[in-house]
Ligand binder design. Structure first.
Ligand SMILES: *Cc1c(COP(=O)(O)O)cnc(C)c1O
Length: 358
């Protein structure tokens, strides 16, 4: 598809001082341009364009605002050697995008078009990809339903857009293990629900548990399954892995957890390292039992933002366990190093995961 490019006449200053000071944070700054594209029933996707970054004007009755017909993606562009700009498995995000879209009765998109849009925008904004170690250009594709009616039905019109946000290293002072509160009452997803879709509503519904965990002094929430409140599902915006007796165990993709691209990549790298992996239901009781018996070697989350985030402490029903002395374990450290350096183009890309922005 042809993409019409309108360049800004008033480029804004890049947050170079913040990059230097290590205070970029996540999603605080935005680049000069954004990608936009419209959809209309009968007409399909059209009017692909890159414009100066601007506010959106949408009808106050738009379906997205009242009924939450919205999806998004989370990706990063990295600056590799020789200043090449690198994407990591973008087609996986394109496929997940379509899975999310179908669940929310929204239009799908040809993965080629999705990747073309990302490439065109990042190519124009390549100077916005930060240089400092651990930084990246966070990419946020999103789609909102824009029909101006209050009736509850799938919209006939949609707006797709992509934002670029130069963001800092997830771990500012080296890789610090996080503390996690296991939520007993509230749930994130249920069988038949929208757990596998990257839709805004899943996040709105999870914020209360996050606040409660923070009040108790924990960084994140670990969700249990919605039916029995027994099996471990995932954490905030990360999939969760436990190393028990040397085997990496993680919840299966049965519709209630987000199928993380990082999850899949970590499982692939673990198998490649000759380690045993299991995708199966794992109860919180099994995790605690293993901890009591000294068989819980490590626990860590996986997601685009952190890549790998070790878990130092877990609290369930008032009982706290400390994992690997509250420090990063060897498997998490190895997998983090492997995956990050593949993403940065430093290690051999054996699985063909990295694509260069052209
Ligand atoms: C995005 C997300 C993840 C991680 O997915 P990646 O593709 O690895 O970034 C995990 N859980 C939830 C709820 C998410 O939204």
């Amino acid at each position: 598809m042809e993409i019409k490019i309108t360049r800004t006449t008033r480029p804004v200053a890049k947050p170079l001082a913040q990059e230097e000071a290590g205070t970029l944070g996540f999603g605080n700054y935005f680049s000069d341009h954004m990608f936009l594209m419209d959809y209309e029933e009968g007409k399909g996707w059209h009017n692909a364009r890159i414009e100066p970054f601007h506010d959106l004007a949408i009808h106050p009755a738009a379906t997205a605002l009242h009924y939450g017909q919205e999806i998004f993606e989370g990706m990063k562009a990295y600056r590799g050697k020789n200043d090449e700009i690198l994407f990591f498995r973008p087609r996986n995000n394109a496929q997940r995008w379509n899975d999310s879209a179908r669940r929310m009765c929204m239009p799908t998109m040809d993965p080629d078009l999705y990747c073309q849009a990302l490439n065109a925008l990042v190519d124009l904004e390549r100077d916005w990809v930060p240089h400092a170690p651990g930084t990246s250009l966070v990419l946020r594709p999103a789609m909102i339903a824009t029909d101006p009616y209050l009736g509850v039905h799938p919209s006939k019109r949609y707006l797709f857009f992509i934002l670029c946000s130069p963001s800092g290293a997830y771990f500012k002072n080296g890789m610090a293990p996080v503390s996690i509160y296991v939520e007993e009452e509230l749930i994130r997803a249920a069988p038949g629900g929208t757990g596998f879709a990257k839709c805004g509503g899943n996040y709105a519904g999870s914020m209360l548990a996050g606040e409660r965990a923070a009040e108790k002094g924990y960084d994140q929430v670990l969700w249990l399954d919605g039916k029995e409140h027994k099996y471990v599902e995932e954490v905030g915006s990360m999939n969760m892995m436990f190393v028990i007796d040397g085997t990496i165990v993680t919840a299966p993709l049965d519709g209630t957890i987000l199928p993380g691209v990082t999850r899949d990549s970590i499982l692939t790298l673990a198998k490649d390292a000759g380690w045993k992996t299991e995708e199966r239901k794992i109860s919180i009781d099994e995790v605690y039992q293993a901890a009591r018996e000294g068989r819980l070697d490590e626990a860590f989350g996986t997601g685009t933002a952190a890549v790998v985030s070790p878990v130092g402490r877990l609290c369930y029903k008032g009982e706290e366990i400390v994992i690997h002395n509250g420090k990063i374990g060897p498997k998490a450290a190895y997998l983090y190093d492997r995956l990050l350096n593949i993403q940065l183009g430093n290690y051999e890309d054996k699985f063909g995961w990295v694509t260069v922005c052209k």
